[in-house]
Design a protein around this ligand. Structure first.
Ligand SMILES: *[C@@H]1O[C@H](CO)[C@@H](O)[C@H](O)[C@H]1NC(C)=O
Ligand SMILES: *[C@@H]1O[C@H](CO)[C@@H](O)[C@H](O)[C@H]1NC(C)=O
Ligand SMILES: *[C@@H]1O[C@H](CO)[C@@H](O)[C@H](O)[C@H]1NC(C)=O
Ligand SMILES: *[C@@H]1O[C@H](CO)[C@@H](O)[C@H](O)[C@H]1NC(C)=O
Length: 226
């Protein structure tokens, strides 16, 4: 192999690893729109002298299931044709799908749901989609809640975007507990509290793709015998 070829390979590998590295840097816990929504919500609550709510991954996973029950039908959220999943769905479908122990389900003390065709940042989703009416503020500031779980999803990795926040009055260690202890991550969609990185705007796959593209580029350069 010519020296030049090695050099290109070396450069290619550098680019690959730099790309992989920046991917790692982006893997911050906060890089998840559902976590950012919970942060905005808790900031607003504390500014209003309400308590900070525990960010429950189990409850948040149920929120994502709740969204999925709408099957992408934005028109069923609010308005004259508003629908909502039956309460029995929690025990029958949502909890099993999440791997949440049914016996640890506790009362849902509030819910906020919104759907928009356009993706907005989590703090805007909070103030402009979820907080639209006066009842939302009442739900937000309720003293009954102790826990919160948020989710954002798109039906097919694109528009429309559903945002869902569920509140509960359970205690953090004994409610919405996962079988085996670890959160069961489901895609597509993002949910809060599980310390996982998740990209809401770009169908959740943008970052790994970048590495793949650079990887392919390196291979192509190599095959061209540059
Ligand atoms: C909390 O949210 C409500 C509704 O969006 C808004 O009117 C209020 O100004 C917010 N409070 C703070 C301190 O950001
Ligand atoms: C919301 O609250 C404000 C002030 O309390 C009131 O003037 C307004 O009519 C309320 N809007 C709705 C839709 O209830
Ligand atoms: C939670 O709220 C429900 C009703 O919304 C109530 O029946 C229950 O006692 C509450 N649990 C706790 C632990 O406060
Ligand atoms: C919750 O967990 C903490 C620490 O693991 C423990 O000290 C506390 O007693 C638990 N509370 C309940 C209600 O189980």
């Amino acid at each position: 192999m010519a020296i030049q070829e090695w050099w290109i390979l070396f450069l290619g590998c550098c680019i690959f690893f730099i790309s992989a590295d920046s991917t790692l840097l982006q893997n911050k816990v906060t890089d998840n729109p559902a976590d950012q929504l919970v942060a905005a919500l808790n900031d607003n609550r504390t500014a209003h002298k309400s308590s900070t709510l525990y960010s429950s991954p189990g409850l948040a996973c149920l929120a994502l299931q709740y969204i999925k029950a709408y099957q992408g039908d934005c028109g069923a959220v609010g308005g004259p044709n508003a629908k909502k999943p039956a309460d029995t769905e929690f025990a029958e479908t949502f909890a099993p799908n999440c791997g949440v122990k049914v016996e640890t389900l506790t009362p849902i003390t509030g819910r906020l749901l919104g759907c928009e065709t356009k993706y907005v940042k989590p703090d805007e989703a909070f103030s402009e989609i979820l907080m639209k009416n006066n009842k939302s503020l009442e739900i937000l500031y309720s003293k009954i809640h102790t826990e919160v779980g948020a989710a954002v999803s798109s039906s097919d990795g694109g528009s429309p975007y559903f945002w869902c926040v569920l509140f509960s009055n359970g205690t953090s260690n004994s409610s919405f507990v996962f079988e085996g202890g670890a959160p069961k991550i489901s895609r597509p969609g993002c949910f809060s509290g599980a310390n996982d990185q998740c990209n809401g705007a770009n169908a959740l796959y943008q970052i790994p793709l970048l590495s793949v593209v650079v990887g392919i580029l390196v291979l192509v350069l190599y095959n061209l015998g540059v």
